[in-house]
Design a protein around this ligand. Structure first.
Ligand code: C5P
Length: 248
């Protein structure tokens, strides 16, 4: 079942309120990232919760184990459902975060969807994108991480590598348990890709039965965000009728 998370990448609380108001009833899961959280912190999170919505706090933690564990503990106090960290922070960092109880779901960033194979090569001359994603995903899952953030292009190869089964009923991969897949880099075919590089369409994400798509500018920068969100949800439903759930 593919659910949509809308990235609230805006400057002000006023803009956040406007988007929440416009998308009310259609979108119930939102991502608060570095920009909004740095500017407005808990207030930005509370605003989403107040309207009965869910929050993915995308702060992409990457630091020494104790620092990350302490930060994750703070996110629990905010009541968010999921928080992100970089899997490249290493085994000890991941374990320190995963061992906390209670804690939000931990979603691990593999290789940013804004990076190409050449970008990765400049950092790690021997690494390919798929092998890096695979190795990071394996590391994260072995240390208790709940979800893997990668490009939609990498989901199928990753499922194979991790030996995850497809649901026979729907003919799509939709797992009732096991790790969740979260994919940013979602672009409708007629949309600008902006700084994203490894992108797929919302329809493809639905066909693949990806658990959560994270989508920002195609909705938030559209002249009519509600219309844009509804169109994307409609296209996804048409592509994979039984694999869509608005965002609840
Ligand atoms: O506007 P756009 O749809 O590109 O927004 C994608 C969102 O997903 C951004 O907020 C970005 O920070 C986030 N993200 C990403 N790539 C990752 C993890 C998160 O683009 N690997």
């Amino acid at each position: 079942m593919t659910q949509m998370i809308v990235a609230l990448d805006v400057d002000t609380i006023r803009e956040e309120e406007e988007l929440l108001e416009r998308l009310k009833g259609t979108i119930t899961f939102y991502k608060i990232g570095l920009q909004l959280f740095t500017a407005h912190g808990k207030r930005a999170v509370d605003l989403v919760h107040r309207a009965g919505n869910r929050v993915f706090l995308d702060l992409k933690f990457c630091d020494i184990p104790q620092t990350v564990a302490n930060a994750v503990r703070e996110t629990q106090k905010l009541g968010v459902e999921a928080v992100s960290l970089h899997l490249s922070g290493g085994a000890d960092m991941l374990r320190a975060a995963a061992e906390l109880r209670p804690r939000p779901k931990l979603w691990g960033v593999t290789v940013l969807t804004s990076m190409t194979a050449a970008d990765l090569h400049a950092l790690h001359p021997r690494a390919g994108v798929r092998s890096a994603v695979r190795n990071l995903a394996r590391l994260g899952l072995s240390r208790g991480i709940d979800g893997i953030i990668c490009s939609g292009n990498e989901v199928e190869p990753l499922r194979k590598a991790l030996n995850l089964e497809k649901s026979s009923k729907q003919g799509i991969a939709s797992l009732s348990h096991g790790p969740r897949f979260i994919t940013p880099g979602i672009r409708p075919a007629d949309n600008a890709v902006h700084d994203q590089k490894r992108v797929i369409t919302p329809e493809k994400a639905a066909e693949l039965g990806i658990d959560y798509i994270v989508i920002g500018r195609p909705i938030t920068a559209a002249p009519d965000p509600l219309k844009a969100a509804q169109k994307i949800l409609g296209d996804m439903k048409a592509a994979a009728p039984r694999a869509i759930e608005k965002s609840c």
